[in-house]
Design a protein around this ligand. Structure first.
Ligand code: ZN
Length: 158
Protein backbone atom coordinates (compact mmCIF):
# COMPACT_ATOMS: atom_id res chain seq x y z
CA UNK A 1 0.00 0.00 0.00
CA UNK A 2 1.21 3.41 -0.86
CA UNK A 3 -0.02 6.86 -1.79
CA UNK A 4 -1.52 7.59 -5.20
CA UNK A 5 0.72 9.92 -7.06
CA UNK A 6 -2.24 11.66 -8.58
CA UNK A 7 -4.81 12.09 -5.83
CA UNK A 8 -2.75 11.19 -2.79
CA UNK A 9 -5.11 8.52 -1.64
CA UNK A 10 -3.67 5.58 0.16
CA UNK A 11 -4.44 2.62 -1.98
CA UNK A 12 -3.13 -0.26 -3.83
CA UNK A 13 -1.28 1.37 -6.66
CA UNK A 14 -0.97 0.63 -10.26
CA UNK A 15 1.56 1.94 -12.72
CA UNK A 16 -0.13 3.88 -15.46
CA UNK A 17 0.89 6.37 -18.04
CA UNK A 18 -1.01 9.61 -17.85
CA UNK A 19 -0.31 12.19 -20.52
CA UNK A 20 3.09 10.76 -21.15
CA UNK A 21 4.11 10.49 -17.52
CA UNK A 22 4.34 7.23 -15.72
CA UNK A 23 2.99 7.21 -12.25
CA UNK A 24 1.72 4.96 -9.54
CA UNK A 25 -1.92 5.72 -8.97
CA UNK A 26 -4.96 4.31 -7.23
CA UNK A 27 -7.53 2.28 -9.16
CA UNK A 28 -9.77 5.33 -9.50
CA UNK A 29 -7.02 7.41 -11.07
CA UNK A 30 -5.82 4.60 -13.24
CA UNK A 31 -8.89 5.18 -15.37
CA UNK A 32 -7.25 8.36 -16.62
CA UNK A 33 -4.19 6.67 -17.85
CA UNK A 34 -3.00 3.80 -19.85
CA UNK A 35 -2.16 0.79 -17.83
CA UNK A 36 1.47 -0.09 -18.02
CA UNK A 37 3.11 -3.33 -17.33
CA UNK A 38 5.30 -2.87 -14.37
CA UNK A 39 8.08 -4.84 -15.90
CA UNK A 40 11.17 -2.99 -16.76
CA UNK A 41 11.95 -2.78 -20.37
CA UNK A 42 13.90 -5.94 -20.62
CA UNK A 43 15.43 -6.24 -23.98
CA UNK A 44 14.13 -9.38 -25.51
CA UNK A 45 16.67 -12.08 -24.99
CA UNK A 46 19.11 -12.50 -27.77
CA UNK A 47 17.29 -14.67 -30.15
CA UNK A 48 18.78 -18.06 -30.21
CA UNK A 49 16.75 -19.48 -32.99
CA UNK A 50 18.65 -22.37 -34.32
CA UNK A 51 18.60 -22.36 -38.02
CA UNK A 52 18.29 -25.74 -39.55
CA UNK A 53 21.51 -26.77 -41.11
CA UNK A 54 21.41 -26.04 -44.78
CA UNK A 55 20.68 -29.06 -46.86
CA UNK A 56 23.64 -30.51 -48.53
CA UNK A 57 23.78 -29.64 -52.13
CA UNK A 58 20.78 -31.39 -53.56
CA UNK A 59 22.51 -33.77 -55.87
CA UNK A 60 25.35 -35.84 -54.57
CA UNK A 61 28.29 -36.11 -56.81
CA UNK A 62 28.02 -39.19 -58.80
CA UNK A 63 29.95 -40.92 -61.46
CA UNK A 64 28.01 -42.62 -64.11
CA UNK A 65 29.38 -45.71 -65.70
CA UNK A 66 27.86 -47.70 -68.44
CA UNK A 67 28.44 -51.38 -68.34
CA UNK A 68 26.98 -54.54 -69.70
CA UNK A 69 25.53 -57.04 -67.33
CA UNK A 70 23.56 -60.21 -67.46
CA UNK A 71 19.93 -59.23 -67.90
CA UNK A 72 17.88 -59.89 -64.82
CA UNK A 73 15.24 -61.67 -66.78
CA UNK A 74 17.71 -64.03 -68.41
CA UNK A 75 15.70 -67.11 -67.32
CA UNK A 76 12.69 -65.89 -69.26
CA UNK A 77 14.78 -64.87 -72.23
CA UNK A 78 16.37 -68.31 -72.44
CA UNK A 79 13.14 -70.19 -72.05
CA UNK A 80 11.26 -68.04 -74.52
CA UNK A 81 13.97 -68.28 -77.15
CA UNK A 82 14.21 -72.04 -76.69
CA UNK A 83 10.46 -72.49 -77.02
CA UNK A 84 10.41 -70.27 -80.05
CA UNK A 85 12.85 -72.61 -81.69
CA UNK A 86 10.73 -75.54 -80.63
CA UNK A 87 13.51 -77.16 -78.66
CA UNK A 88 13.12 -79.13 -75.50
CA UNK A 89 15.48 -78.51 -72.63
CA UNK A 90 17.23 -81.74 -73.58
CA UNK A 91 17.76 -80.53 -77.12
CA UNK A 92 19.12 -77.22 -75.99
CA UNK A 93 21.37 -78.99 -73.54
CA UNK A 94 22.72 -81.16 -76.31
CA UNK A 95 23.39 -78.16 -78.55
CA UNK A 96 25.23 -76.46 -75.76
CA UNK A 97 26.93 -79.62 -74.55
CA UNK A 98 25.43 -78.95 -71.14
CA UNK A 99 23.44 -81.21 -68.88
CA UNK A 100 19.68 -80.78 -68.86
CA UNK A 101 19.87 -79.93 -65.18
CA UNK A 102 21.92 -76.89 -66.10
CA UNK A 103 19.31 -75.72 -68.59
CA UNK A 104 16.60 -76.24 -65.99
CA UNK A 105 18.53 -74.26 -63.41
CA UNK A 106 19.12 -71.46 -65.87
CA UNK A 107 15.48 -71.25 -66.81
CA UNK A 108 14.45 -71.29 -63.17
CA UNK A 109 16.89 -68.55 -62.39
CA UNK A 110 18.68 -70.82 -59.95
CA UNK A 111 21.98 -70.41 -61.67
CA UNK A 112 23.67 -67.51 -63.34
CA UNK A 113 25.43 -68.71 -66.43
CA UNK A 114 29.17 -68.10 -66.52
CA UNK A 115 30.40 -65.80 -69.26
CA UNK A 116 31.36 -68.65 -71.53
CA UNK A 117 27.88 -70.16 -71.29
CA UNK A 118 26.23 -66.78 -71.83
CA UNK A 119 28.02 -66.48 -75.14
CA UNK A 120 27.05 -69.98 -76.16
CA UNK A 121 23.42 -69.33 -75.22
CA UNK A 122 23.36 -66.06 -77.12
CA UNK A 123 24.83 -67.65 -80.21
CA UNK A 124 22.73 -70.79 -80.13
CA UNK A 125 19.43 -69.12 -79.28
CA UNK A 126 20.18 -65.93 -81.21
CA UNK A 127 19.28 -63.73 -78.29
CA UNK A 128 20.88 -61.08 -76.16
CA UNK A 129 21.39 -61.95 -72.55
CA UNK A 130 23.53 -59.00 -71.68
CA UNK A 131 22.20 -55.52 -71.40
CA UNK A 132 23.54 -52.13 -70.64
CA UNK A 133 23.04 -50.83 -67.18
CA UNK A 134 23.98 -47.47 -65.95
CA UNK A 135 25.74 -47.68 -62.68
CA UNK A 136 26.03 -44.56 -60.69
CA UNK A 137 28.80 -44.80 -58.22
CA UNK A 138 28.22 -42.57 -55.29
CA UNK A 139 31.14 -40.71 -53.99
CA UNK A 140 32.15 -41.03 -50.41
CA UNK A 141 29.81 -39.32 -48.04
CA UNK A 142 26.65 -40.20 -49.83
CA UNK A 143 27.07 -43.79 -48.89
CA UNK A 144 26.14 -43.16 -45.30
CA UNK A 145 22.47 -43.02 -46.05
CA UNK A 146 21.94 -46.72 -46.18
CA UNK A 147 21.57 -46.88 -49.89
CA UNK A 148 23.16 -49.64 -51.78
CA UNK A 149 24.56 -49.51 -55.23
CA UNK A 150 21.55 -51.45 -56.41
CA UNK A 151 19.39 -48.43 -55.73
CA UNK A 152 21.25 -46.63 -58.42
CA UNK A 153 21.26 -49.20 -61.12
CA UNK A 154 18.92 -48.14 -63.83
CA UNK A 155 18.07 -50.78 -66.26
CA UNK A 156 17.88 -49.67 -69.80
CA UNK A 157 15.83 -50.99 -72.64
CA UNK A 158 12.86 -52.08 -70.62
ZN1 ZN B 1 -5.71 8.37 -7.13
Amino acid sequence: MSFCERCGRRSRLQLVEIEGARMYVCPDCSRFGKAMKEEKDVPSPVSTVLRPKPERSAKPDALTKRSKELAEDYPRRIQRAREKKGWSREELGRKLSERVSIITKLENGEMRPPDSLIKKLERTLEIELMEYVEEIHMTAGAGSRGMTLADFIVYKDR
